[in-house]
Design a protein around this ligand. Sequence first.
Ligand code: R5P
Length: 312
Amino acid sequence: MIFSGNSNLSLAKVLAKKTGLRLGKILIEKFSDGEIYVQVQENVKGKKVFVLQSLNCPADENLMELLIIIDALKEMAPEKITAILPFYAYRRQEKKLKQGESITARLVAKLLETAGVDAVILVDIHSDKILDFFRVPAKNIEATDLFVEYFRQLKLKNAMVVAPDKGALEDAKRFAEKLNLEAIFITKKRRTHDQVESMTLSGDVKGKNIIIIDDEIDTAGTISRAAELLKSRGAKNIYVGCTHAVFSGPAMVRLKKAPIKKIITTDTISLPLEKRIKKLSVVSVSSKLAEFVANGVCNVMEDARLKQAKNS
Ligand code: R5P
């Protein structure tokens, strides 16, 4: 059974359909002061269950909702609770840069374990370090594969892949290899958390069709500045492949204005209609998630078969 919080019910429905699993009945309400009430309306005793929740904005509320769902499920003694978190909150602080800071990505992992999660599935997390914060099994799914097929079909001539900062280079390289393309990077300096100060390009992009690969677009400062820089250096058309469409603050204004022909993103975050602009296409991560859920279900069947064999 798959249970879903409120943040990405559409993805949970598609996943349930793809895996043939049922969406578990769950009541989620709010008290007048905003506190969350959850009641699981299924018998999950001894069963393996999945809980899907994207921890995008409002991250604190979505996280708390998830923790309460996990705790409520745990009370009913399931065999295993696997959290599917297409978007992981507080991912950006996975290390301390200054004295007195919190490693928030680790804190979220601790909270999930305290609530009672037994395994975690994440999608294109900011840094592999985050997996080490979990003592329970944690798996990262690479969604950039979904863009490979998209761009293969576009058959772009004279194309090149660009990572908009050094941190995105490894993903960009893996992606470029699959399309037999070269990957270069931009060196980005930030003024504050959300403000890009300067960008420098590491190669020649004149006359090239560019595919920028990044894990997320938040305020779109990185992507819009990168696109402007590439265009000013003579790039032809600019395409963007980005897993998480966070789109906060000035993002929509920047994306509309930026010299970008097409942005391909995924449904790790459920986008409201007003953010689905013309140059944006959404591919679903459900097929990728379904592979892992199916593996989990196969394990259940295998376990049951082993148990039966042992008893007979
Ligand atoms: C940075 O490390 C990430 O890969 C993204 O480039 C960044 O989070 C995007 O943020 P923004 O859209 O606010 O520039």
